[in-house]
Design a protein around this ligand. Structure first.
Ligand code: BTN
Length: 316
């Protein structure tokens, strides 16, 4: 569509004015058609200012998401699929992975109607205020190594938020990010593979970030928060993907685990382990696979596997 060509030019020149005449002549169309495309892009949430002389500027912090906007900001070219609204990007990515989507494909949405969380929970995903995206990876490592993708993603997203928003987040084991004591990021991975296989065919890494989200449902109000920054959301998605793949090559060595442990505020705390029979314990260590080792009152050490349990901090 012509509006996509216009967005591409404005995105490449974000914050700078591009004359309507230049766009029109580049595509051999009338200025009126350019004006119409800009109107459509504005309706989609892009902040584009216009001057009397016919110059257009896409605002530096214009928050509207687009495939072009995300792809333009990533340092390595990867397929990006943007859906204004979908049920769940994890679900969409899983279907795409089953039908051959390549390693590194990114599926992003402005709104999810059935955002999936860990352990059967849902993820609140209203329009215009968060980023919800899934990355498809085709691992060349076994299921045991795959476990490390979870803490690795938490470190990658934390780094991206610091770069793009200038904010430091903390990690709550396994992979929630907190800012000012409230959960602002959720990460949920899903795998596709044959039963009994050594490695998955694909791993879907789903990331949800509350950027300016407000009006959380009653049951989330005490716990959920937002980064509360006015940023270019495309840039945030691109930065997360870049940081993710920067760490991905070093997955086996897992050097990022030291940063994970530093940022993880669960260590040393009294926690309640939520499983079929919840119990109290002290969080003593996190190993290089991201497994949390807790000490029960009896002194018994228990290793908690990342996707199986959750912990809540006692007296927090
Ligand atoms: C959690 O907090 O339990 C994990 C939430 C993960 C949410 C993200 S949003 C993008 C991707 N698509 C989904 O349906 N879920 C993940």
């Amino acid at each position: 569509m012509f509006k996509d060509e216009v967005l591409m030019i404005l995105e490449k020149n974000r914050g700078k004015e591009v004359s309507g005449e230049y766009i029109a002549s580049r595509f051999n169309v009338s200025r009126a058609l350019v004006c119409k495309a800009v109107k459509k892009l504005r309706e989609e949430g892009n902040e584009i200012s216009a001057r009397n002389n016919g110059g257009y500027t896409l605002a530096e912090n214009s928050g509207a998401l687009s495939d072009i906007g995300i792809a333009e900001r990533m340092s390595v070219a990867r397929p990006v699929i943007y859906l204004p609204e979908t049920d769940s990007t994890n679900k969409r990515a899983k279907i795409m992975a089953l039908t051959g989507a390549v390693h590194g494909t990114v599926v992003a949405a402005d709104r999810q109607t059935e955002g999936r969380g860990r352990r059967g929970r849902s993820f609140y995903s209203p329009a215009g205020s968060g980023v919800y995206f899934s990355v498809i990876i085709r691992p060349d490592f076994d299921y045991e190594q795959c476990q490390k993708v979870i803490p690795m993603t938490a470190v990658a997203v934390s780094r991206a938020i610091e770069k793009v928003c200038g904010l430091k987040t903390d990690i709550k084991w396994v992979n929630d990010l907190y800012y000012h004591g409230k959960k602002v990021v959720g990460i949920a991975t899903e795998s596709i593979g044959e039963l009994g296989g050594v490695k998955p065919d694909a791993l879907i890494v789903g990331i949800g970030i509350n950027v300016t989200t407000q009006d959380f449902p009653e049951e989330l109000r005490d716990k959920a928060g937002a980064l509360d920054v006015c940023i270019n959301r495309n840039l945030l998605v691109a930065a997360c993907v870049d940081e993710f793949f920067e760490l991905y090559d070093g997955l086996a060595a897992a050097e990022f685990m030291d940063e994970y442990r530093e940022k993880c505020f669960v260590l040393g705390k009294e926690v309640r382990v939520l499983c079929s029979e919840p119990y109290l314990a002290k969080a003593v260590r996190i190993d290089d696979f991201g497994e949390l080792i807790v000490e029960k009152a009896s002194g018994e050490l228990v290793k908690l596997l990342t996707e199986e349990v959750s912990v809540v901090i006692e007296n927090a």
